[in-house]
Design a binder for this molecule. Structure first.
Ligand code: PMV
Length: 318
């Protein structure tokens, strides 16, 4: 029986999916309908500290602000700690999570947050989980968190088991020096439908969703090929089409789910115009209005000029 003795602090990177996770085959265990593939954002992510406290309930702090115990975030964190605390139900924790993702980038932090929390709890409870086991655990907090246990390109293998033990991230050995991700925030507004509710609505109401697993499977293998051969046009075009296909299934839901704002569409049209003019830039989008631009280091000055304030990450260095 593991006994938590120490506090622990760990970092995990955020990740951007090039082939998206959209739809659960098991909503309790966060088992996906399709495999996905992401790239981790190197130094951008969450640093999370856990410390045992004398209290009847957990305390959750996010970016230095105490979260109300009944808030959605604090409840999710507490429920996640329950998975580790089953043998020590008397223990409460103070959790401090700090994201170094610039707020201006408009990037969700649940993936890096649950991945860092998993590492910290593993350490605090002295469990000695392997990265793969940590990935399985993090998946239970937020599906995409299972990809944030690893750097670089990560495939989330969907697995076939009902208990989900084979559904986790796997790091790809390939790297891509010079690959750039530009975080383009186009709209401030909070999303009203989170990814969990959005996936469920899409799966239950959009007939178009039936084609999604086929699209995702084809895209995943084309992305693997693009990474293998360092074919940027293939990588970018597959990622962009994959994101738009996911959004098509959202739009085809009822009530319709449109995460785009006018600024999102304007940014897409700008990317398409720049591409027509010869600049190799593509975009991907998640369940929100912001774009993530994909380009290579040679195009960086041009993109910085076109999108002032663009936050750029080079996950594999120069
Ligand atoms: O991990 P969740 O439940 O927040 O879902 C993430 C869903 C997308 O960001 C839209 C796609 C992805 O694969 O990251």
């Amino acid at each position: 029986t593991a006994t938590p003795k120490v506090s622990a602090e760990h970092f995990a990177p955020s990740n951007i999916a090039l082939c998206k996770y959209w739809g659960k085959r098991d909503t309790e265990l966060n088992l996906p309908v399709n495999a996905s593939l992401s790239v981790s954002l190197d130094q951008l992510g969450s640093r999370t500290r856990v410390e045992p406290i004398e209290s009847v309930s957990d305390e959750v702090w996010l970016n230095g602000m105490r979260q109300p115990a009944d808030s959605r975030f604090a409840s999710r964190v507490s429920a996640f700690i329950d998975l580790f605390r089953s043998r020590h139900p008397e223990l409460a924790f103070r959790v401090h999570s700090v994201n170094n993702i610039p707020t201006a980038a408009g990037l969700a932090s649940s993936a890096s947050g649950f991945a860092a929390l998993t590492k910290a709890l593993d350490d605090a409870f002295g469990l000695g989980l392997s990265p793969t086991q940590q990935s399985v655990a993090a998946r239970l907090g937020s599906g995409s968190a299972c990809r944030s246990l690893f750097d670089g390109f990560v495939e989330w293998q969907m697995g076939v088991r009902e208990d989900g033990l084979d559904s986790h991230g796997v790091r790809l050995e390939q790297t891509w020096p010079g690959l750039c991700i530009g975080l383009l925030k186009v709209d401030e507004s909070e999303k009203s439908v989170d990814s969990r509710a959005g996936m469920q609505r899409t799966k239950e109401t959009a007939h178009l969703y039936q084609s999604w697993p086929l699209q995702a499977a084809a895209d995943l293998s084309r992305l693997q090929q693009a990474i293998e051969t360092r074919d940027f046009a293939l990588l970018g075009s597959v990622a962009e089409q994959n994101a738009l296909s996911m959004h098509a299934t959202m739009i085809a839901s009822w009530p319709p789910l449109l995460y785009w704002q006018p600024g999102s569409v304007a940014a897409m049209q700008k990317v398409w115009r720049l591409r027509a003019e010869g600049l190799a830039v593509y975009f991907t989008m998640d369940a929100g209005p912001n774009l993530k631009l994909l380009f290579e280091a040679a195009s960086r000055p041009a993109l910085e000029a076109q999108f002032p304030g663009l936050e750029i990450v080079q996950p594999f260095g120069v």
